[in-house]
Design a binder for this molecule. Structure first.
Ligand code: GLC
Length: 526
């Protein structure tokens, strides 16, 4: 049966590896990771057992926001390589059974994009309508109270006599999705990359595209949930507008016109399962939307079980969820969830590897890499550099520690990497690769087990025992039991033969007992 006829899709059951290109492998010793570096290490990803990679932004950019300020949607950033390198990467990954997703940034461009350069040339310019320009408000000030993601006013005065909107940095003007030509431009961008074999896109700020036509003020925020709003204002009129859904219905048709179907995976920054599910539409919009309530939950069995159940209940029939714990903005789950405790890191990897749907690992998750404390003088993230006590995003963007050689296997000896490497004695890929008890080996076993047992489909899922300390669930033919406490716990009755444990201890466990912070995958008896 064809992929489309039986409702299966290539991302069901898949593991996607988010690869921050600048920090993964530097092939030309300039201190920045690049596309050829990825090509060199594709065998590692295939050995690990991932199904696809999502590359952080690869398009030309002045790098105010490290590629999230695009100046050419159909090119490759010269510091990362050339179009031919990307073609080769797609080809070589394909030979190993892996697909390549790119990062697409449709909410805004760089102010260096030719569209904006033209738009800024005058009020009659051809591309003026591609962006959101507004006259001063009634009192002569800014058009409304919207703030950008640093907490500063989101309106930048321009000497062409109007303000323009930037929900991110002033160098990232927001596109005007009320303008039909913007839709046509992006349809062409999608087709350009899909024709080249790109398997899909992670869509940046996916819930942000349309803004309120009347530019109404955002209301005050009465919650401390960052998914509801920030800096005292709720995200009401500057994101999550109903018109955005039409964009994804159009893009879904484009994605479905290719074989295999191309994937639209949205950065859906919304606070609950209902609002997340809205971006899946009637299974005719995004095929996947990132689950931030899950990633931002504590490592708490009750809360995680609840988010998983609510998500599965809310999604339309035929659609699958996607789970992740780390990314380039939030930081790394080995720090956030686990405080660096290896037992907890291994347990979290087990959860990520056994939930139904699609799971995304961030580079370094597989070795339990924790955040790196980057001294302010070495930080490179302009957006957070001068925010007081601000979220430091560089901590999760430092180079992959491949081995203990000078340059760490990331770059050449004597080269200064763009962000500092984690200080030794960090555990590297080389340290862990051949050790059966290492986190990397565990991760690889988990992915192999996932592929063999959960297969290619949307595994049925059921919460079994959820107590303050233990989370047990049925996933496909397996039962997972995980002890989230410092004390031994009873194995739930539904568990069966243990196929895999997260424990690195050599001594056998007592029968029927989970060690502190141990998780097991079991096959229940019939
Ligand atoms: C997304 C990206 C983040 C970027 C922002 C603006 O949230 O993940 O890194 O700064 O969008 O493009």
């Amino acid at each position: 049966m064809s992929e489309n006829a039986d409702g299966r899709r290539w991302w069901h059951g898949a593991v996607i590896y988010q690869l921050y290109v600048r920090s993964w492998r530097d092939s030309n010793d300039d201190g920045y990771g690049d596309l050829r570096g990825i090509i060199e290490r594709l065998d590692y990803l295939s050995w690990l057992g991932v199904d696809a990679v999502w590359l952080s932004p690869t398009m030309p950019s002045p790098d105010d926001d490290w590629g999230y300020d695009v100046s050419d949607y159909t090119g490759v950033h010269p510091e990362l390589g050339a179009l031919a390198d990307l073609d080769e990467l797609i080809e070589q990954a394909g030979q190993r059974g892996m697909r390549v997703l790119l990062d697409l940034v449709p909410n805004h461009t760089s102010s260096a994009h030719p569209w904006f350069a033209d738009a800024a040339s005058g009020r009659e310019a051809e591309h003026r309508r591609y962006y959101l320009w507004a006259d001063p408000g009634p009192g002569g000030g800014r058009p409304n109270n919207w703030l950008d993601f640093t907490g500063r006013p989101a309106w930048q005065w321009h000497d062409s006599g109007q303000y323009y909107l930037h929900n991110f940095l002033p160098g990232q003007p927001d596109l005007n999705w009320w303008e039909p030509a913007v839709h046509q431009e992006f349809a062409r961008v999608l087709e350009f990359w899909f024709e080249r074999g790109v398997a899909g896109f992670r869509i940046d700020v996916a819930n942000g595209l349309y803004k309120d036509a009347e530019l109404r003020d955002n209301p005050p925020l009465d919650s401390d949930n960052p998914l509801e709003g920030v800096f005292g204002l709720r995200f009401v009129y500057n994101s999550n507008r109903p018109e955005t859904h039409g964009v994804y219905r159009d893009w879904r048709k484009i994605a479905e016109s290719y074989s295999p179907e191309r994937l639209l995976l949205g950065e859906t920054w919304v606070p609950d399962a209902q609002r997340l599910a809205a971006y899946y539409g009637d299974n005719d919009e995004l095929q996947l939307g990132f689950n931030f309530p899950f990633a931002l939950a504590d490592l708490d069995p009750g809360r995680l079980a609840e988010v998983v159940e609510q998500t599965l209940a809310a999604l339309p029939p035929g659609a699958g969820p996607v789970w992740m714990g780390s990314n380039h903005d939030l930081g790394r789950f080995p720090s956030r969830w686990c405080g660096g405790d290896e037992r907890k890191i291994r347990l979290a990897l087990l959860v990520l590897a056994t939930l139904p749907g699609t799971s995304v690992l961030y580079y370094g998750d597989e070795i339990g890499m924790t955040d790196v404390d980057v001294p302010p003088a070495l930080r490179r993230d302009h957006a957070t550099l001068d925010l007081e006590g601000g979220a430091d995003r560089d901590r999760a963007r430092t180079p992959m520690p491949w081995d203990g050689s000078p340059g760490g296997g990331f770059t050449g000896p004597g080269v200064t990497p763009w962000l500092p490497m984690a200080d030794p004695p960090v555990s590297t890929v080389a340290d862990q690769r051949d050790k059966p008890e290492s986190t990397l080996s565990l991760c690889r076993r988990l992915l192999a087990l996932r592929r063999a047992e959960l297969g290619r489909g949307l595994a049925d899922f059921e919460n079994l025992a959820v107590t303050e300390g233990v989370w047990a669930y049925r996933t496909g033919p397996l039962v997972v039991a995980a002890n989230f406490t410092d004390q031994p716990a009873d194995m739930p009755a539904e568990a069966g033969e243990v196929l895999l444990t997260t424990s690195a201890e050599q001594a056998p466990p007592s029968p029927g007992v989970l060690r502190p912070w141990e998780g097991v995958v079991t096959r229940p008896g019939r």
